[in-house]
Design a protein around this ligand. Structure first.
Ligand code: FAD
Length: 508
């Protein structure tokens, strides 16, 4: 009997396990562009365009390979309603798919299959090193779930960056200490620009469609240069390891105005759409290490992001959903300031991080974590509102990776289930790691009063408010120890000024 093989927009791999046993005589591939799907979350125009263009290219490739593809363009129904209609229409009782990277969709497909008595064959995604079972086994008897130990296990299990005796290459598992440098005072110097792809005919058509159908949506399409095919993604990977990997490690955390990409790989969207497999990314990085004699700290730092963080957050997502989406450890309830959608704020750091996000649909990790994420935590914003923003504005945002990073890492919304402390910092950190503060009307070292940096005011306010929690954790005790150096009067002034800031978040 005929089977329908559903391929979602972030599952664009011709080697997909969903196609493993495809019967060319009987089976049919189904791909659905759903207009309401982009409305479930309010998305950046470039994110919508990237998905649509990559899907259309992928369906063309499948057809060229001889697959019968039923491609639903611009459906007015949700993915699941559209799928239901097609299953009914074609009288198909067997559905094959890969597990969706979004909990809501996974449940909806399972429910559809159950309700319509369709046999569902949901297969595990092959774009990860660690299976759900392996992750559950690892997490099962742990008191604390920490990246570092999981990452070491992954290194050992997959024999990556180990010497011939099975010890970590270079005698250390982690070279993070070497990977936290700001750019020199004179600026980042010449950085090889990332490879950019001119929109072809398919992409241009998509860009026009998105411009007309989603004109009120956030973000710009004017800078759309993302890889939309596997060939382009492979080219982007090669370009990165040849030209940009060498300084990845050292400047991984550095920020500078008008330097949207720094030395980062810009591979997340290709990895998340499954145009690239993490195994080939790691293999290319290891080859480049030898070929160009690159620093081990850069190689280890990069591999930790893919083999460590990417796998870890994915494991946590499936372990902790659906609770992860509603956790709110600090019971924060404030609305997200409007300038997250416009970049119109006087804070230079936010201007730059939000501005480049709206322009490109991209910001690097430290901008996401320590600029916009840090502010959202200190400003006591409702976690789900913050998560909606991250899911909307980044072209690489899919819930399995966005939610644990935002709710878990940036906002501590799950009370430190997989982080040892809240990632908070004052304006001093931003000043150290960037040139943002130079031209800013707010002064990063002023804690209260007219010129006080809102990040700094809110940082100290947060520490005062949560002093007990920070005191009780050896990892954060040093932060509250610094509070003792601030007089009671000044602390009172901080709290008072913070109230004004919190009541005035839209006008900072
Ligand atoms: P690089 O810095 O070059 O890193 C290489 C690769 O490592 C990335 O492409 C990515 O695949 C992986 N990686 C690095 N850090 C992480 C991480 N913390 N978690 C998972 N994978 C990681 N990443 C997403 O892919 N999608 C998201 O929606 C997303 N949302 C985030 C939200 C917040 C609040 C934070 C703090 C981080 C988020 N990240 C997300 C992680 C990280 O910021 C991005 O993966 C990275 O900035 C993508 O740019 P890049 O490809 O240049 O990465």
């Amino acid at each position: 009997p005929k089977r329908l093989v559903l391929i979602l927009g972030d599952q664009l791999d011709r080697q997909s396990p969903a196609l493993r046993d495809f019967d060319f005589q009987n089976d049919e591939v189904i791909m659905i562009e759903s207009i309401p799907e982009a409305q479930v979350v309010w998305s950046h125009k470039a994110k919508i365009a990237l998905f649509l263009s990559a899907m259309r290219h992928f369906s063309e490739e499948l057809k060229a390979d001889g697959y019968p593809v039923h491609y639903v363009q611009e459906s007015k129904l949700s993915i699941v309603d559209s799928l239901k209609e097609i299953l009914l229409e074609k009288g198909i009782r067997h559905l094959v798919c890969i597990e969706p990277g979004e909990w809501r969709l996974k449940l909806a497909i399972e429910k559809l299959a159950k309700d319509s008595k369709v046999q569902l064959d949901m297969r595990e995604d092959s774009h990860f090193y660690c299976s759900h079972q392996e992750f559950r086994d690892w997490a099962a008897n742990k008191k604390e779930l920490r990246l570092e130990f999981f990452y070491r296990l992954m290194r050992k299990t997959h024999n990556i960056l180990l010497d011939k005796d099975g010890n970590p290459e270079g005698g250390q598992w982690n070279f993070d200490q070497d990977n936290r440098k700001p750019y020199p005072k004179s600026g980042p110097g010449i950085i090889e620009t990332p490879i950019l792809f001119e929109p072809d005919a398919i992409t241009q058509e998509v860009l026009q469609f998105v411009q007309s159908h989603y004109s009120g949506y956030p973000g710009s399409l004017g800078h759309f240069r993302w890889p939309v095919t596997r060939d382009e993604a492979l080219e982007a990977l090669q370009y990165f390891v040849d030209y940009r990997l060498r300084n990845f490690g050292i400047y991984q955390d550095a920020m500078w105005t008008d330097t949207p990409y720094g030395w980062h790989s810009i591979l997340s969207s290709s990895l998340n759409l499954k145009l690239l497999n993490p195994r080939e990314v790691i293999s290319a990085v290891l080859d480049a290490w030898k070929k160009y004699s690159l620093d081990l700290s850069t190689i280890e730092g990069f591999i930790r992001q893919i083999l460590g963080w990417r796998e870890f957050v994915r494991g946590m997502y499936y372990l902790d959903m659906p609770k992860m989406a509603t956790d709110n450890f600090y019971d924060h309830q404030r609305a997200l300031p409007d300038w997250y959608w416009t970049g119109k704020t006087k804070m230079r750091c936010m201007q730059d991080a939000v501005g480049q996000t709206l322009k490109y649909g991209y910001a690097h990790h430290i901008q996401r974590l320590m600029v916009t994420g840090n502010f959202a935590l200190l400003a006591e914003i409702l976690p789900s509102a913050v998560c909606d923003w991250y899911l909307a504005v980044y072209v690489d945002a899919i819930e399995w990776v966005e939610l644990p990073n935002t709710a878990g890492m940036a906002l501590f919304a799950n009370g430190g289930r997989f982080t040892s402390k809240p990632y908070i910092a004052s304006g001093a950190y931003i000043k150290r790691m960037s040139n943002y503060c130079g031209g800013c009307q707010y002064k990063s070292d002023v804690r209260f009063g007219e010129n006080a940096c809102p990040v700094t005011t809110l940082y100290w306010n947060f520490l005062i408010k949560h002093r007990q929690q920070f005191d009780s954790n050896p990892r954060t005790r040093l932060m509250t120890a610094n509070l003792k150096k601030i007089s009671d009067d000044d602390q009172a002034a901080i709290v008072q000024h913070a109230q004004q800031v919190l009541n005035n978040l839209n006008n900072l």
